[in-house]
Design a protein around this ligand. Structure first.
Ligand code: AMP
Ligand code: MG
Length: 493
């Protein structure tokens, strides 16, 4: 970065830099040879108060080449369990926190660059990102936002003019990400694993003030803090499952304290339902498969609880008992959120103790079949609207499904909603458009190989309103052609 500072009108207030010395290393972005602004998220930029400046300035800024007035760029330290193995030192190896901004609602958000060059945490990496991966994160994270799932957001995409080597030369790019913070379970682990318990406490106090201020007068504040994070994560993972999202790399460094989805590396939405679906090429043991996600979230939360043990109680056994009980409770909380969401998907406004099983039985009827998860739920709606059973045609063997359907129809009869109320409810809970893998790949390929951003623009426009029928957007709700083949995703973006 050079000395020129760009005025953006953003209200920077860098609490991480100011309050947490020793938790980061101040550093600067690499100079991009010829930065070009490919995409600015207009609504988000307005929301955070970004004053329009020249496109050239935005390109320099969002490549990391220059810095906005008020920023205090830094790389955060963190550790993490990666696929079960502990790495005591990860950290922002290719990301730079520019600082925090108070947005239009007075909320504090991080503005972070991803792919802006090496930092002291880069280890052997180049600190860079490639255009395909950056567009992927843009598409997926904004789609999640539109699906009402807590997530980091995408503010801008800049190409740097560099070619980055990833088995082949690919265009370099930087994503600007907005998040309510980048505190991770791994941030706690970084200090806990070094025996720096004072810093764990300092971090917990900071996290409470920033994300859970309502706990400030609690008598058992650190236990309540843990439970608050647990509850957010339980709800988050339930929401993932209900839209068929597979994160793919739920390492503890990729799990936030705020409860937002973070790190859109190898994630993908499943088309055909399968509890054991995995897309990531490196997840060889299916650790982060679709149905394993709540189990892994609970496992990760147990790692967070371990870092907090000395803060939970002076007596070690008592601390352990409190932590164990709270981690165990994750399962009930997750199931609660899942059944609440499943009821909405199935058009149920009341509670019945059989609802959890009803939802599970539907999934069981889909397994071993080749049924599109998203489209089946929309077909349930159409069947209700037109009093048909077209949904059965989605199955190769519909017997199990038709049995399930009988129980569902019987359950609906006990639920007092009118047909039109039920249909409205179901339409709001079952997306028509998700980022389908073949469409995501097509958009990336067009951009990477032909600098054609039209498919990307069209895709993000459709995904911004996932519950509303959009004329001319039929292809975005269709399954991949069989020629698309088995889909595999990659990390190391
Ligand atoms: P992720 O797979 O994005 O969760 O990253 C795991 C760790 O690897 C983090 O510490 C990243 O900063 C680091 N990392 C990933 N890619 C790169 C890269 N190209 N250069 C430097 N560090 C990287
Ligand atoms: Mg990560």
């Amino acid at each position: 970065m050079n000395d020129k500072k760009i005025e953006l009108g953003l209200r920077f207030d860098n609490s991480y830099a100011n309050e947490l010395e020793g938790f980061y290393v101040a550093c600067l972005g690499a100079k991009a040879p010829s930065p070009v602004l490919i995409k600015l998220n207009e609504t988000l930029s307005q929301h955070i108060g970004l004053n329009t400046t020249s496109v050239e300035d935005l390109a320099k800024l969002f490549s990391g080449s220059e810095s906005p007035i008020g920023a205090s760029p830094l790389a955060q330290a963190y550790a993490g369990h990666q696929f079960g193995g502990f790495n005591p030192q990860l950290g922002d190896g290719r990301a730079l926190l520019l600082g925090e901004v108070l947005d239009g609602s007075g909320e504090r958000v991080d503005i972070q660059l991803k792919g802006s060059g090496r930092t002291p945490f880069s280890r052997g990496g180049d600190g860079k990102a490639v255009l395909g991966a950056v567009l992927r994160e843009y598409i997926l994270s904004e789609a999640m936002y539109a699906l009402n799932i807590p997530t980091t957001r995408a503010l801008a995409v800049v190409t740097t003019g560099e070619s980055i080597y990833r088995k082949q030369y690919l265009p370099g790019a930087v994503l600007t990400r907005v998040a309510s913070s980048h505190l991770r379970i791994g941030t706690f682990q970084f200090f806990s694993s070094r025996g720096e318990q004072g810093k764990v406490k300092q971090l917990a106090d900071y996290a409470i003030a920033r994300h859970y201020p309502e706990l400030k007068d609690s008598k058992q504040i650190y236990l309540d803090f843990f439970c608050a994070v647990r509850d957010k994560q339980a709800e988050l993972v339930a929401k993932w499952l209900l839209v068929g999202f597979i994160h793919g790399v739920m390492n503890t460094d990729n799990m936030t304290i705020s409860g937002e989805t973070i790190d859109y590396g190898p994630c993908a939405f499943m088309d055909n339902y399968g509890a054991d679906t995995v897309f990531s090429s490196i997840d060889r043991n299916s650790r982060y498969s679709y149905a394993n996600q709540p189990i892994m979230a609970q496992w990760n939360l147990a790692r967070l609880a371990e870092t907090l043990l000395p803060l939970l109680h002076d007596d070690e056994d008592e601390a352990m008992a409190l932590a164990t009980g709270s981690v165990t409770d994750f399962w009930d909380i997750f199931q609660h959120h899942w059944v609440v969401g499943m009821r909405a998907k199935l058009g149920l406004s009341t509670e019945d103790e059989g609802d959890f099983a009803l939802g599970e039985q539907l999934l069981a009827s889909m397994s071993e079949e080749e049924v599109d998860f998203t489209n089946l739920f929309r077909c349930l709606i159409r069947d209700l609207e037109s009093d048909t059973t077209e949904s059965a045609k989605l199955f190769n063997h519909a017997e199990k499904y038709l049995l399930w359907r009988k129980s569902w129809i019987a359950r609906l009869a006990k639920d007092k909603l009118s047909l039109s109320e039920r249909i409205t409810m179901m339409k709001a809970a079952n997306p028509l458009y998700i980022p389908r893998n073949h469409q995501v790949e097509y958009a990336i390929e067009a951009a990477e190989q032909r600098a054609d951003y039209q498919p990307f623009e069209e895709l993000i426009t459709v995904l911004a309103n996932p519950y509303t029928v959009q004329v001319g957007a039929e292809k975005y709700s269709e399954q991949a052609p069989s020629s698309f083949g088995v889909y595999t995703t990659f990390c190391g973006t």
